[in-house]
Design a protein around this ligand. Structure first.
Ligand code: TYM
Length: 334
């Protein structure tokens, strides 16, 4: 098993990242057998698809790496690094750019959402972003790519690129990357709008719970989370047209490691006046310890930077043979 996944180092990690992805990364790392490898990276090259403040990007990369460590990623077992320190990501992305088709990229929902009507003024990196993402996983011949639901389309594109590359150049170089979306990895929505995903790019900080939020801020955000006046039902089907209520129940179940059914069995008939404080207590009990470990790690940023550098060295070694094979396949190397 070769597990590969990444996260953009833009701003704080939020509860959606944690429950939708990072917790699965840690579970996969913990379930690793001899011969398996887990590679997790900060997608700092991807961050360039939006305007960046250079000092902030550098600081965010280290802070985000520290957050992953605080969540349980162990650099002695997983390979943790930032993408920019492994040049093979950019090199393979360029090679795959010859295989990916404009039409495939134009259909990406994330491109359509972010570019909106102003596609012409967006960076070309925003458009070709999924090609770099394909390179990220293909460079290590990944077998499992643990992601949240919103990344599924990008990974399907990576499969299309892998198939076309293998066919066009008559090689069996790239295995088809599998999006690994665990049943335990829910889609977490905004606290202000149950139809939008919880996201670091949302202008309202009240829409998300950051892993750096203080306990009282977590309590406040959950107290103010949008809901409806009806009590919780005993049947999950009755939540179908209540997206905000569904989201809070999903968050509770994910944090408690239980199911929506079990949460409703406990809270059926109760209103949000009773449910929200229970949810806030649970959220604080999970996030509080992560935040405290993070504060400890950030007291020594150099140690975090050194861990990243060691990870990059191991990643470069794993990447080298695949990059060489791709260069040979297209005639850039003999
Ligand atoms: P990013 O940085 O937006 O998110 C990192 C991970 O968190 C998941 N996620 C969510 N899951 C559930 N609910 C949410 N509200 C939520 N928001 C985010 C994402 O699905 C993701 O798994 N393009 C990627 C980074 C990337 C990557 C890769 C991932 C670059 N190269 C290669 C996998 C493999 C991104 O922007 O994720």
């Amino acid at each position: 098993m070769r597990v590969v996944s990444g996260i953009q180092p833009t701003g704080n990690l939020h509860l959606g990242n944690y429950l939708g992805a990072i917790r699965q990364w840690v579970a996969m790392q913990d379930a690793m057998q001899a011969g398996d490898e887990c590679l997790f990276f900060l997608a700092d090259l991807h961050a360039l698809s939006q305007p960046v403040n250079p000092a902030e990007l550098a600081a965010n990369t280290v802070e985000m790496a520290a957050t992953l460590l605080a969540c349980g990623i162990d650099p002695a077992r997983s390979i943790l690094f930032n993408q920019a320190r492994v040049p093979g990501h950019s090199e393979l992305a360029w090679i795959l750019g010859g295989t990916a088709r404009m039409g495939w990229l134009g259909r990406m929902t994330q491109w359509k959402d972010k570019a909106g009507r102003q596609g012409d003024s967006q960076s070309t990196a925003l458009f070709t972003y999924p090609v770099l993402q394909a390179a990220d996983v293909m460079l290590y011949r990944a077998t499992h790519v643990p992601v949240g639901h919103d990344q599924k389309q990008h990974l399907e594109l990576a499969r299309d690129i892998a198939v076309k590359f293998n066919t066009d150049y008559a090689v069996e170089l790239f295995p088809l990357p599998e999006p690994f979306i665990s049943a335990a990895a829910p889609r977490i929505m905004s606290l202000r709008d149950g139809s939008a995903k919880m996201s670091k790019s949302d202008a309202s900080d009240a829409s998300r719970i950051n892993l750096t939020d203080a306990d009282d801020l977590i309590v406040q955000k959950l107290k103010k989370a949008k809901t409806d006046p009806a009590p919780l039902p005993d049947d999950p089907a009755a939540l179908a047209d209540r997206p905000e209520a569904t989201n809070l129940v999903t968050i509770y179940a994910a944090l408690a490691g239980s199911s929506g059914e079990a949460v409703l069995a406990e809270f059926a008939g109760k209103g949000f006046g009773a449910f929200k404080p229970a949810l806030a207590d649970l959220a604080v009990s999970v996030i509080g310890p992560i935040r405290e470990r993070l504060a400890g790690l950030l007291a020594d940023r150099e140690a975090v930077g050194a861990a990243l550098e060691q990870g990059a060295e191991r990643a470069r070694q794993l990447a080298a043979p695949t990059l060489l094979a791709a260069q040979r396949a297209v005639g850039l190397q003999v």
